[in-house]
Design a protein around this ligand. Sequence first.
Ligand SMILES: [Zn+2]
Length: 282
Amino acid sequence: MEKPWKALELLISTIIVLILLTIAYLVIRPTTQNVSVLPTIEPLPTFGIPPEVRARIDTVADTSNARYLCPEFTDVGPIQLATCVDCIYYAVDKLHALSPTYVPPLVTTKLPGGGRMRPEVDVALTALFAAAQRQGLYPTVTSAYRSFSEQSFTFQAWVATEKRNQITEAQAIARAARYSARAGHSEHQLGTAVDINCSGCVAFDTNDPRNIALWAFFEKNAQDYGFVVSYPRGIEALTGYQYEPWHLRYIGADMAKQLYNMGYITGNGICLANFLRVEQQQ
Ligand SMILES: [Zn+2]
């Protein structure tokens, strides 16, 4: 009588194990499938000039300012390395880079948010902040000078953030490159560029009305203090960068006013990098 019972026990145990394995498989399988399915990714912009921007460019093309118009953005081509000793007005972009060893003269600003920048930039920015405060706006420096190695870290950190969306390395790099520069290609390494947000605002928050008011003030007035918005609205197809209202670069009041008076802030195709190149060839 013992043997048939043992056989039955074995059979029941086997059935129980099989049932447990089936349950485990059914529980694990959907999870595995979920992981392998990529979330919807926002499409990258089709690099092409939108019709309304094209219309503004065409208007400039008929004037003597046509030489300041920027060509359509490309990141395909040889990268030129700056040879300037003092690169304060160097036109850095995706094809023009600063040497890893380039470090400008720097001071630590006493402005809210702190950070390091060129001494003349600190003076001009202090005046710009005072003007904003007279309008009831309270700016703070979110980011100022970044060394080559700090920029390398910054860019890689954004790529890592993008990769949380389970996209490929190449896709993550392409997305990060729309708002962050690779090492050597950042205006922040010049010591003349600053990212500014309102005091108490979340950095780069484009929905906060306090940030919007501050950035609108800069777009109207920054040129009087020597600053321009490096990446204006509407011309990503030319600069390769999304609209960055928080990113100002110091180029001195004369050139800043000249650029402003040509309407660059309206996204008419005149961009900072080409303007600087044209001006410095003269
Ligand atoms: Zn910036």
